[in-house]
Write a protein that binds this ligand. Structure first.
Ligand SMILES: C[S@@+](CC[C@H](N)C(=O)[O-])C[C@H]1O[C@@H](n2cnc3c(N)ncnc32)[C@H](O)[C@@H]1O
Length: 630
């Protein structure tokens, strides 16, 4: 059996675009073994490469939502005539959303001065802090002069942030509260969401129940059925709809306290729920998890864009039902119709701007963690190397939000600080940047509508599948790998890793800070080893660690790395275009959403290539050490 003996480094050096075929030749991979035609043989009958139908479904949903958007972005007069219950524009503000642009306009052409409003409300804004248009990031905050490290930049009194208050009493608020209960909650288990999606997707039986009842039912019944962590973030994102409802209510209300803030919000968002079907296809990426066992998994796990669109379309019906016979005094949106597009606007506004901060003290003395919108502070754009951070000051009976130039908090006794980051003085014309979180590009795109280049937290997802692992390791030169039929002692380790057995979670990650998810690395090390005693000498945490150097021997480690490189080749082969094609497509000038979709897929391919490059270096190093030792 041939082994990988090529030099990927040379290949990487000569071209940024690493073609799978060339790589396979250079690395002496038996490419035939991993070509689409061949691979079908080893993999579930659904066919390894047949993921198009999945896109088609997602695209259909996205198109439907886009259609709704088109309807709701009619000129105001049409809106008033066709969609509003009360045809008076003096009592409410319209709830529209239009197609995304690079510099999204604000809700009104000349919104009130946000800085002045914050100051008027008792807040503080450093004299050198200004709002300015950034060339690529929309509006942002910049320093008009030098600001020393540790300075307060903005202070917001407690009444300024926009929060979802659940203790409100009047009729309109109780309807809003009722609606918010229809949004699946944070405590909904992952498996609950998966099944909830499944039921919505596949059967009509649950249609007589409300979303909330379905979610509750599934929470109770499904704990042991599925265990996929993928949904964690989705549930949180659905939660954003609760605050979104409050935002929408305030947007509709004339005389809202928050109007100076809301009117400064973008009119449109570039998140994928507003993409056309074509741009959903342009993403070229359904996590490989879905593709590998299409028939089994795709029903349970439509991709997140699809999921969010579906949620919006269903929630639209819930909202319409709840609002249909209401008196104007009880109507939370001033009598206006609310559709999937306005709900999508609100959800995107929240997901792209809300911060999770401490809320009220609970009876047990702890504090709940609640999302809130922080006017002006949320004009800061994101960087992994920020120069500002949010802290929450807690005086007795009074709480304020501060944003400070990043500093080391030697004197933080009365601060509840969230992050201590770069220690930098801010220079004139520097943008003020916050760290939004260690997110993959999936979540930057889904929640914020942008893609971070060279994102250290970006990754790809694969399904741990015996047949796929056998294919990859054979291509990497292992003569008869036994991933499909591991020995009993190996299966025991796999079930400890939750890669086998009832409670398994087969989603594994390549890329991100870990480079190769520990569970995958240790599984490969164990399955590619014949030495039960040697394996049992090690703590599983050591076997999971990439920094533990060749714990099961050089030959084992080289086989493991080559197998992962082959997995990367397979993953790369799933993308229909090369980075070079993507770049030239972007140069032709494409709409914002298409550009985002192309950037997204370029970054995914780059993650794979970077992992291949890193592992190839490790293989070279190990091989040279092995030679020296021999
Ligand atoms: C909290 S808001 C920041 C203010 C926003 N730029 C505006 O015009 O209102 C977050 C949004 O800013 C943009 N943004 C922030 N950081 C970015 C970055 N590093 N790259 C691209 N867009 C960014 C994205 O549109 C994101 O949804």
């Amino acid at each position: 059996m041939e082994t990988i003996k090529g030099d990927l480094e040379d290949f990487c050096a000569c071209s940024e675009e690493r073609d799978m075929f060339e790589f396979a030749a250079l690395a002496s991979l038996d490419y035939k073994n991993i070509s689409p035609g061949k691979t079908k043989g080893f993999l579930p009958s659904s066919g390894f490469f047949s993921f198009r139908p999945f896109y088609t479904k997602a695209a259909a949903k996205a198109d439907r939502l886009s259609l709704l958007l088109a309807v709701s972005s009619l000129p105001l007069e049409n809106m008033a005539a066709s969609k509003m219950l009360i045809p008076s524009l003096t009592k409410f503000r319209p709830l529209t959303c239009a197609a995304a642009a690079f510099y999204p306009t604000r809700l009104v052409p000349h919104p009130p001065d946000l800085v002045k409003w914050v100051k008027r409300e008792g807040g503080f804004v450093h004299e050198a802090v200004k709002i300015a248009q950034d060339t690529t990031l929309g509006l942002g905050l910049v320093a008009s002069g030098e600001i020393p490290k540790g300075s307060d930049l903005i202070v917001l009194p407690d009444h300024v942030p926009l929060k979802f208050q659940s203790d409100e009493q009047n009729g309109a608020d109780s309807v809003l509260l009722h609606l918010s209960h229809q949004v699946p909650d944070l405590n909904l288990s992952d498996s609950g969401v998966a099944l909830w999606v499944f039921l919505n997707w596949v059967t009509d039986h649950s249609k007589s129940l409300s979303l909330y009842e379905r979610a509750q039912l599934l929470c109770l019944s499904s704990n042991r059925v599925l265990n996929w962590t993928l949904w964690e973030h989705v549930t949180e994102e659905l939660w954003a709809m609760k605050l979104g409802l409050k935002l929408l209510q305030e947007r509709a209300k004339v005389g809202s306290f928050w109007w100076p803030y809301i009117s400064n919000l973008p009119e449109t968002y570039s998140v994928p729920i507003f993409f056309t079907g074509e741009d959903i296809k342009n993403l070229q990426y359904a996590p490989l998890l879905y593709q590998l066992a299409l028939k089994l998994i795709v029903i349970f796990f439509p991709n997140q864009v699809n999921k969010r669109c579906r949620f919006l379309l269903e929630f639209e019906q819930e909202v319409k039902n709840a609002l249909k016979d209401l008196k104007l005094s009880e109507h939370p949106f001033g009598g206006q119709d609310v559709d999937a597009s306005s709900l999508g606007w609100a959800m995107s506004a929240v997901s792209s701007r809300a911060f999770r901060l401490y809320g009220k003290k609970l009876p047990d003395g702890s504090r709940s963690d609640i999302p809130m919108m922080l006017p002006l502070i949320d004009m800061c754009n994101h960087s992994f190397n920020p120069n500002a951070q949010i802290v929450q000051e807690q005086d007795v009976g009074n709480s304020k939000m501060l944003i400070k130039a990043a500093q080391s908090f030697a004197h933080t006794s009365h601060f509840l600080s969230y992050q201590v980051v770069a220690e930098k003085d801010i220079k004139q014309n520097d943008p003020l940047l916050l760290h939004y979180g260690c997110l993959s590009n999936d979540f930057f795109l889904l929640d914020y509508g942008f893609v971070m280049p060279s994102n250290p937290y970006d990754y790809i997802e694969l399904k741990y599948d015996g047949a796929l692992m056998d294919a990859a390791s054979m291509a990497a030169g292992v003569s008869s790998p036994n991933f499909s039929a591991p020995a009993p002692w190996q299966r025991q380790v796999l079930s400890q890793l939750k890669l086998d057995g009832e409670a398994s979670n087969l989603k594994v990650i390549i890329g991100g800070p870990e480079l190769v998810e520990g569970r995958l690395l240790s599984a490969l090390r164990v399955i590619l080893s014949n030495d039960m005693e040697l394996v049992q000498r090690y703590d599983l945490n050591v076997l999971k660690s990439l920094s533990a150097e060749a714990p099961l021997g050089f030959a084992n480690e080289v086989a493991v790395f080559r197998t992962i490189i082959a997995l990367c080749v397979i993953a790369l082969g799933h993308f229909p275009t090369k980075i070079m094609d993507d770049e030239s497509q972007m140069k032709q000038g494409v709409p914002v959403s298409t550009e985002l979709a192309i950037q997204f897929r370029i970054q995914k391919k780059s993650v794979i290539i970077d992992v291949m490059r890193d592992l190839t270096k490790r293989v070279k190093l190990l091989s040279s050490k092995e030679t020296t030792t021999a």
